[in-house]
Every structure is written in structure tokens, then in C-alpha cells.
Design a protein around this ligand. Sequence first.
Ligand code: MN3
Length: 201
Amino acid sequence: MSHQLPALPFAFNALEPHIDAKTMEIHHGKHHATYVAKLNAALESQPALMDQPVEKLLTDIAKVPESIRTAVRNHGGGHANHTLFWDIMTPGGAKEPSGTLLAAITKGFGSVAELQKKFNEAATNQFGSGWAWLVASQGTLEICALPNQDSPLMNGKTPICGLDVWEHAYYLHYQNRRPDYIAAWWNVVNWQKVADRFAKA
Ligand code: MN3
């Protein structure tokens, strides 16, 4: 079965004013859809890999035949990253993290504010296209930034929260003001979903 574009779990305008409807419509309906289509096209030559979840393809990227490895890395990464991105955002505003996730944040960073500061630095300083990530690694939390559509899964880490800092994610509304986009994005983070992903990691 080929990979499918997941439905957006909210309306295009649901994250306004932080992320505008036009950006969401193009981001989901054009950019993410294209990653899915190109991943499926690459996998046509490897039917045995067709049924693998995209997360497994990325975790085991070294086992993907070299002829399609770059395509799976780029388009499979794009598919997995955006699927996570839509899932960890919510209309109606972020609540504070709690429970086990909050305990891990406090242990790893001292406070939520300190985590956000370090995450913002990673997102701001990622040169060119890429993502900032909060990842789980053996029960602890780490922040990293990766270029293009590279997934933390390729490094043996489990992404639990991520921010797309490709210009297509913010340029219509924020133009060159990436830090403003990053600051606004925290208003729509769904900490419950991040906590769920941490619990499963
Ligand atoms: Mn994107």
C-alpha cells in the first residue's frame, strides 16, 4: 500500500494568527503532498519496501538500496517530519507540559523556559532549510537541529516535537523574520501530544 497524505487534524485557518491559513494550505496540500508522491515514486522500484512504515525506512536508512536512499531520506523524511508537525500543533493555544514530560524537561533543562530558549537558538541558527527537534534518547531529552528533511530517526533518536524552519513554513506571513515565527509557534504546540510521544519513545 502506498503512502498517503494524512488529513490535517484542523482547518487551514485554525492556527491563526500564529500560522496563517494560506501557508497551511500550501504547506500541507502542496509541499507535504509532494513528499508523499515522490516517496511513493521512489519505492516503485523496491516493492519489498512499499509496506514498511516511513519511520522504519528512516530508522534503517542504511539498509535502503543506494539507488533510492537519497530519495527516501529527502521525501520519506519530509513525509514523516510533516506528519509529526501537524500532529503536535493544536488550535486553542498551548497548555503547559505536565507529568513525566515536565519532569524530564526539568531534569534535562532546568525549566520549560530554558528548554524553549535552547530550542529557539537551534531553530534560529539552523542555516538554510531544516528543522529544530526535541528528541528522546534513552529516556532523556535532547535538542538538535538537522538540515533539509533529515530525521532524528536516522541518528537513532525519537523525535517528539519539531519545528519546520524551511522558508515555505513561514515566509508568506513572516518574510525574513524567522525568530518571530518561532516565538509565535510556541502558542500552538500541543504538549499533550508531545507527552504521548515521549511516553512511547
Ligand atoms: Mn515544510
